[in-house]
Design a protein. Structure first.
Length: 182
């Protein structure tokens, strides 16, 4: 498609663009037919498609941040992350893969090649990455013994102190103290 656009705009690298168009002539013909008969646009050649599944973990009391005995260069204790993933998360990701296998043929796509751990029904892959916030640092709960904040994000036992997570991953938790006194 880019090669055709280059030719139409007279900005072509004629050798490369012409070779690309000839190499993909069946795709170009199908796309031009669809464009002019159905006004759909020109399809692009798909060399590969990788699907990555992301799922949120359910809150677990054992998943937590604590302070280790190690210290940073300023003498402050370093955070220790204990991240627990359960069969429920693995089952959710395998379910997404099963849906892809069911739906791809109807979309005219080849069946996806699933990872071995999905086919075997195992726990998550060894290359599982934490992409967002696998451990909550300020759990929400009605009972102060079970969480740090209530449903309004107010810290239990401290009137006017609210904690909320900023929208970007790299941003720290944000604590806001409101003045409740006149």
């Amino acid at each position: 498609m880019n090669s055709l656009a280059h030719l139409l705009r007279s900005r072509a690298n004629s050798g490369e663009d012409l070779a690309a168009m000839l190499k993909n002539s069946p795709l170009m013909a199908r796309g031009l037919t669809a464009r002019f008969t159905k006004l759909r646009g020109i399809p692009r050649k798909l060399d590969a498609l990788t699907l990555v599944a992301m799922c949120e973990q359910r809150p677990k009391p054992d998943s937590r941040l604590t302070l280790s005995n190690r210290r940073d260069r300023f003498g402050m204790r370093i955070t220790r992350i204990d991240w627990r993933v359960s069969e429920g998360e693995a089952r959710a990701v395998r379910g997404i893969a099963e849906i892809a296998v069911e739906q791809f043929p109807g979309l005219g796509l080849e069946l996806p090649v699933l990872e071995e751990w999905v086919l075997d029904g195992a726990m998550l892959s060894k290359t599982t990455l934490d992409m967002a916030h696998p451990t909550g640092t300020t759990r929400m709960a009605d009972d102060p013994a079970c969480g740090v904040v209530n449903a309004q994000c107010q810290v239990h036992g401290i009137d006017g102190l609210f904690i909320a997570r900023a929208g970007r991953r790299s941003a720290p938790d944000l604590a806001i103290q409101t003045n409740t006194e006149p």
